[in-house]
Design a protein around this ligand. Structure first.
Ligand SMILES: CC(C)(COP(=O)(O)OP(=O)(O)OC[C@H]1O[C@@H](n2cnc3c(N)ncnc32)[C@H](O)[C@@H]1OP(=O)(O)O)[C@@H](O)C(=O)NCCC(=O)NCCS
Length: 277
């Protein structure tokens, strides 16, 4: 049960789902197993070095595939293990197999006899070398394939994960046309570290930094949209040349942040940007 006041759609999701956390048990003392009162039951605290959870690992891998496969970025299972589960953790929400319709079950390629927990969302985060700074590695939601959609599933998952991992500062990498920016920007401003990132498989990727607190997270779940009221310019989501020009400015010492949710301008997505002085 949530112990903070949030929009009813998030309360509904908490009622319909079960939280889980997967990691190396040596990391567990660092976690909050009751983020905002949503208790992660002992049986849903999974060790990544136990063989008994083999089916659940496959289901997480399937969830990643159904979220990132269509955009050509599915992860290999060893990447999950080396770059998520061991150094950091995976927090997510799941439902029992009986709650899913046949077409959703088919997406997970599950044996019909499986009765256990099926992850419908997850947030993977990894601590960075710098003290108290994390990297947001993966946010996935199965809403696209669920018959009974859960509006707000992706946002609630990231919000609870931030609290479960005790994250205050996060860096992340995301593509300028990613729908997840709706979620990241509903939570907080994003300070742009790079606007164009050739080191990534997708060059038109930005890296960012966001700062969180309980107040910020609870406000993001209030139902009020974090729309920008003042900004210096609008950043087009699909113009790689624009990203390169902003990257040149960043490399010359300028700093920028995205200060509100994406804006739909005549069918094109743009972002409200402020220069940091
Ligand atoms: C992006 C993703 C996590 C969103 O999950 P979700 O469960 O649909 O998200 P939510 O329901 O919490 O939506 C949060 C907000 O984003 C909006 N949104 C979600 N998907 C959207 C889309 N495809 N187009 C426009 N807006 C979208 C919702 O309308 C909602 O807005 P609201 O607060 O005004 O109601 C999910 O689609 C996904 O897994 N995508 C593939 C993987 C990915 O891109 N991950 C992010 C990498 S950084």
């Amino acid at each position: 049960m949530l112990n903070v006041k949030v929009h009813s759609k998030f309360e509904e999701i908490v009622k319909k789902t079960e939280p889980f956390l997967l990691s190396y048990p040596g990391n567990w003392p660092a976690f909050n197993f009751s983020p905002f009162g949503v208790e992660i039951p002992k049986e849903n605290r999974f060790s990544c070095i136990k063989q008994g959870h083999a089916m659940f690992f496959d289901l997480l891998h399937a969830l990643d595939g159904l979220a990132f496969g269509p955009m050509g970025m599915p992860m290999d299972k060893w990447v999950f293990f080396d770059c998520g589960e061991m150094p950091g953790g995976i927090f997510g929400l799941g439902v029992r197999a009986s709650a899913l319709n046949d077409s959703a079950l088919a997406e997970y390629k599950i044996d019909k006899n499986y009765k256990g927990l099926i992850p419908v969302s997850m947030y993977v985060s990894i601590p960075m070398v710098v003290k108290d700074v994390w990297f947001g590695h993966n946010l996935s939601s199965a809403n696209r394939v669920l018959k009974d959609k859960m509006p707000g599933l992706g946002l609630l998952t990231k919000a609870l994960a931030l609290k479960a991992f005790n994250i205050k500062t996060i860096l992340g990498a995301t593509q300028w046309d990613s729908k997840a920016l709706e979620i990241h920007l509903q939570l907080a401003d994003m300070e742009i570290e790079s606007s164009y990132t050739p080191a990534h498989s997708f060059k038109n990727t930005m890296t960012y930094k966001s700062i969180y607190s309980d107040e910020i997270i609870i406000s993001a779940l209030s139902g009020n949209k974090r729309d920008a009221t003042k900004y210096d310019f609008l950043y087009p989501s699909e113009d790689e040349n624009f990203s390169i020009k902003v990257q040149d400015r960043i490399e010359s010492g300028e700093r920028f942040k995205i200060v509100g949710r994406p804006i739909n301008e005549n069918g094109k997505i743009v972002y409200p940007i402020k220069a940091i002085i």
